[in-house]
Write a protein that binds this ligand. Structure first.
Ligand SMILES: C[C@H](O)[C@H](O)[C@H]1CNC2=NC(N)=NC(=O)C2=N1
Length: 99
């Protein structure tokens, strides 16, 4: 069973992910992305979807044309875990490729 990070561990992990915001209401981290167009946004989502399925850890997200909103939390842990931090790093790398 994966466990929720302590407040200090989460703060330390987020210091290295400056574009991700802590959402206390959701016990989650979130980031918004904007791409050139829908094709770039959906390509980005497709790459994340394949990696997420492989890792069996899935984002909560929504897409409107060129914008993608992503929320990461671990349902099994009731908060942010190492899996969310790992997925956030992967998402940042995918975003860098999509621009
Ligand atoms: C059965 C399956 O392994 C679990 O439901 C996985 C799937 N993907 C998941 N994704 C996220 N974000 N949190 C989870 O707790 C989770 N659990």
């Amino acid at each position: 069973m994966i466990s929720r990070l302590s407040e200090s561990a989460r703060a330390e992990a987020l210091a290295a992910l400056p574009q991700w915001q802590w959402d206390a209401d959701r016990d989650a981290i979130r980031r918004s992305f904007r791409f050139a167009d829908f094709n770039a946004a959906f390509g980005f989502m497709t790459r994340i979807a394949l990696a997420a399925e492989k890792a069996d850890h899935h984002p909560e997200w929504s897409n409107v044309y060129n914008r993608v909103e992503i929320v990461l939390t671990t349902h099994d842990a009731g908060g942010v875990s190492e899996r969310d931090i790992a997925l956030a790093r992967l998402i940042d790398a995918a975003a860098a490729d999509a621009r």
